[in-house]
Design a protein around this ligand. Structure first.
Ligand SMILES: [Mg+2]
Ligand SMILES: [Zn+2]
Length: 230
């Protein structure tokens, strides 16, 4: 049993993080990318991440990689791809604090990996593990992704969530799949975090008015639903 003071200190020192989905969020969408050069950073994401890192956020990639369970490539291949991703980001002075991947899928062909797990998004397992490993406060953190499964994983973990609009996601019925904000791209998502949690909160209203076209057509809806009252 830890001393209470020690607990309190640990709590105070807890880091904030930005959790990032990989495909469609950090890098261009591709169907089961398997080679390093398949991972192509979006324009502007490097400098934007550099600013976020300077604000003191840890940067943690959270990615479903069911291709491992499906036998499309090996963990070694995945590590080569991620080395490449780290190199690309290093070119912008950005250092990833960690990359977590879920190798599972119930319909895979690799027996050991063909299971229902707690880490495949929309489940929050990877975020919860990262929080433990890296002493992260989930409440102070954000999850950014391009699909509602990312949003749900972030919400379930207790983070604020940002959906990057690639035009694929319907407006969610369930509050668990409702993002705190929607961004037109990943750079915009990172700007929202800067506005919300940076020194200058003034730009917030301008940054958070965005809604996907199909959501607007479906009628006015409350965004910025705060699932996480302090
Ligand atoms: Mg994605
Ligand atoms: Zn898993």
């Amino acid at each position: 049993m830890k001393h209470r003071l020690e607990h309190r200190l640990e709590h105070r020192l807890r880091q904030r993080a930005v959790f990032l989905d990989r495909d469609g969020t950090l890098v261009h969408t591709r169907h089961y990318p398997s080679r390093p050069e398949d991972l192509q950073l979006y324009n502007g994401v490097g400098p934007a991440l550099s600013r976020i890192q300077q604000l003191g956020f840890q940067l943690v990639v959270i990615t479903n990689q069911s291709a491992l369970a499906r036998g499309f490539f090996t963990v070694g291949d995945l590590e080569c791809m991620h080395d490449h991703l780290r190199d690309c980001l290093a070119g912008w002075g950005v250092r990833l604090d960690a990359i977590y991947y879920c190798p599972h899928h119930p319909d895979g062909i690799v027996p050991k990996l063909s299971v229902r797990c707690n880490c495949r998004k929309p489940r929050p397992g990877m975020l919860l593990r990262a929080a433990k490993d890296l002493n992260i406060s989930l409440k102070k953190s954000w999850m950014i992704g391009d699909i509602l499964d990312d949003v749900e994983a972030g919400n379930r973990a207790g983070c604020r969530t940002l959906l990057v609009d690639l035009g694929t996601e319907p407006r969610a019925r369930s509050p668990l799949r409702h993002p705190t904000y929607v961004a037109r791209d990943t750079v915009h998502a990172l700007r929202i975090i800067e506005a919300a949690d940076g020194a200058d909160g003034a730009g917030m209203a301008a940054e958070t008015a965005y809604l996907p076209a199909s959501w607007r057509l479906a009628g006015a809806v409350a965004t910025g639903v705060d699932l996480h009252d302090d």
